[in-house]
Design a binder for this molecule. Sequence first.
Ligand SMILES: Cc1ncc(COP(=O)(O)O)c(C=O)c1O
Length: 381
Amino acid sequence: MSNYAPLEVTFVKGKGCYLTDTKGEQYLDALSGVGVVGLGHCHQDITHAIQTQAGELLHTSNWYRIQHQETLAKKLCQLANMDTVFFGNSGAEANEAAIKIARLHGHANHIDNPIILTANQSFHGRTMATLSATGNAKVQNGFAPLVSEFIHVDFDDIDAIKAHANNANVVAVMLEPIQGESGVIIPANDYLNQVQAICQTNDWLLILDEVQTGIGRTGKLFAYEYNSITPDILTLAKGLGNGMPIGACLAKGKAGRLFQPGSHGSTFGGNPLACKTALTVLEVIEKDDILNNAIQMGEYLLSSFKSKLENSSKVLEIRAKGLMLAIELNQDCSSLLNAALDKKLLLNITGQSIRLLPPLIINKAEADTIINTICALIDDV
Ligand SMILES: Cc1ncc(COP(=O)(O)O)c(C=O)c1O
């Protein structure tokens, strides 16, 4: 089906921050498969874990206990300060689980038509419920009737959330800590703290969608660690499997007890292969001090772009947290996608912004290549 419009390039091999195409040409991947391969392509420990596990056991069923799933659940709960986990295969599925838990929470409180507050310009996935939660008409276009009911409020506007405090049908607030797909939109430092306070006062669940920001992307394992909060529900995917499909919906307290046997499920979710891979991802992040590298390289990219582009009349703003970075121009820059490809650099264009999500293992020389290539591209735009 033609729901994608791929660039005219096919990659056949990857190593670290580089991909090789069918002609043997090397590209620097500053997008990591849209924030997925944080540890780089074909990391030796990940490849080894997949190969070994594939030789032992791929799949049984959630009708039996699964050792690696239980170990991964314990590890994730310990790292994220959560109590329970549901495993699916993608970010959208993790968010579907979160939405279903929010509805159960509402029904437990005798609310028949539960409402979830989400943000304008948010992105939560492409299934019917998650595209309904998404605050972007382009994603929803053509798919009416949408799943009700989500009320979209302005992001980073605490009063917009407070305005619904008297609505007895609201059961949850669902947000990305930093909006990724809309171009790395970073809220005020205190925003999430204030959102959590409102949620606690009103018995609303705070759902944080960390599908993109989680697993080290911002320099912390979870972006919410930049605040003094713990969400009721946390969703993860992308970087958790470094390319192996896996999604996770973690929950705390009463939110973690609402699913009962039969409430929800997934045939593939939490299978031994995906869970062993994710466990290895978490081990490598710890062992190789990956978060520290993400912070150092994130600061290096941001400060270098700021100093090199400070006099550019074309640059409106540079936004970054860890290795999640956007350079917003004062004009359409969609032509830069192919121009960058010609220069053997992979990046994303979101609206008027150049968006970068490089592997968390990136080194200074690779960062320099990204900086120099992008500054030259902006000069020529
Ligand atoms: C914040 C966020 N949530 C959810 C999703 C959907 O994840 P998936 O494509 O794995 O379903 C994405 C994907 O870009 C995302 O960035």
